[in-house]
Design a protein around this ligand. Structure first.
Ligand code: AMP
Length: 395
């Protein structure tokens, strides 16, 4: 059996798991337990040809992980025979100091708890997942892989908010960037696809999923990214607003009598495409538009407008761009978004081939016209594989 890494991505009420062979990139099994702690939880596992779905209450994350292993056993496999070398944990926020993939010990867990204030929605569930997994799998090394890592060395001009310096320093406020594992993975894949050294390429990566972010990467090093202190800044997302005037927050707090948690929840969970159109999923948004829904139409236009602004900004920062890559759920699947994001830019050296863009092909592919000076690619992201490789690299 080849070496494998168990990758865990723990949310507040969900646990995603996947067993990956880092050297071949093969996925042995993957699954998710959702609605942990609610009346009816749902657990799903895919292992080879076998797919199992189980409904019933799962009390907590420990029960969820144990259930995942039970489902693996039910599918005829045994974790002990699958060559598991390590557990890789996705951790959203590494703060100012944590960025290398790091073996988890009690001191690191304490540091992660300390970072909870910077990422209250994301880090506490990750720590919970780490605690549980260390208890259930005490003999394996556990490795934290940070979503902020790739952007740790952003140029100061991109990382710095123009706010009072002392306040920023005291409270560790800077632009950290997120989805780093994906931007790193996809930009390397793009270089590989083009058969060019990554050092020779200026790239824009558009990670458009339920969360969405853009990055400008010069010679393999990110020089800007759209997310900031938290994963809320930047592009319009499924349920997050992206860029807003910070004045909106104080205005609502002062005038609309909304508490800080209420405002944060609104901006994170009830904004973006959902807030504007009633749906966060682009397939549903397109259906609404086709049915003449004006709200959905406006939501789509706002989304595309913001996306084009970022592309334009990053073209200016890079000076010239060799390759623009779309990835994640929307980026990989939605030809209309890709067309509208980059349409009409031939004088900036970007020309999409309509036929290639609309082809139902999967996998890494070029969608730009032959004569387009900037190559446009679609590359499926694989954050689990990237986390598995990062974890494997340190054990
Ligand atoms: P992700 O966060 O990368 O898993 O992306 C999830 C999002 O991708 C969904 O909320 C949809 O908006 C979008 N998506 C997934 N499949 C498609 C598709 N076939 N066409 C358009 N959008 C899609």
């Amino acid at each position: 059996m080849t070496d494998t890494v168990l990758v865990l991505n723990s949310g507040s009420s969900s646990l995603k798991f996947q067993l990956v062979a880092p050297e071949t990139g093969a996925s042995v099994f993957d699954g998710i337990v959702e609605r942990i702690g609610e009346e009816t939880s749902i657990a799903k596992l895919r292992l080879g040809e076998t797919a199992i779905t189980r409904e019933g209450r799962v009390a907590d994350h420990e029960a969820a992980l144990r259930l995942a292993f039970d489902l693996v056993a039910e599918a005829g496999e045994n974790l002990e025979h699958l060559g598991v070398m390590a557990v890789g944990h996705r951790v959203v926020h590494g703060g100012p100091t944590l960025y290398r993939p790091t073996i988890i010990d009690d001191a690191l867990v304490a540091e992660l708890r300390d970072l909870a204030a910077l990422a209250p929605l994301h880090n506490p569930p990750a720590v919970l997942g780490i605690d549980v997994a260390r208890r259930v799998l005490p003999d394996l090394p556990h490795v934290a892989v940070f979503d902020t890592a790739f952007f740790h060395d952003l140029p100061a001009a991109a990382a710095t908010y123009a706010i009072d310096r002392q306040v920023a320093e005291k409270w560790r406020i800077r632009r950290y960037g997120f989805h780093g594992t994906s931007h790193d993975f996809v930009s390397r894949q793009a270089a590989e696809f083009l058969g060019a050294p990554i050092e020779s390429l200026n790239q824009i990566v558009l990670h458009l999923g339920n969360g969405a972010s853009a990055s400008a990467i010069a010679g393999g090093r990110p020089i800007d990214t759209s997310m900031g202190l938290t994963p809320m800044e930047g592009l319009v997302m499924g349920t997050r607003a992206g860029d807003i005037d910070a004045g909106i927050i104080s205005y609502l707090w002062r005038t609309a009598d909304m508490g800080v948690d209420e405002i944060e929840t609104m901006l994170n969970r009830r904004s973006g495409m959902l807030g504007l159109s009633g749906d966060s999923d682009f397939r549903a948004v397109h259906q609404r538009i086709a049915a003449g829904d004006q709200d959905a139409q406006l939501a789509y236009e706002v989304y595309i407008h913001r996306l084009r602004k970022y592309v334009g900004a990053y073209l200016a920062l890079l000076g010239h761009c060799d390759v623009i890559t779309f990835t994640a759920g929307v980026g990989e699947n939605d030809a209309r978004v890709r067309r509208d994001a980059l349409g009409g830019l031939s004088r900036l050296g970007i020309e999409i081939d309509q036929h290639l863009n609309e082809s139902p092909a999967r996998g890494a592919r070029r969608i730009s016209a032959d004569k387009s000076p900037t190559t446009v690619l679609v590359i499926p992201t694989d954050e689990e594989l990237a986390i598995a490789r990062a974890a494997f690299g340190v054990v």
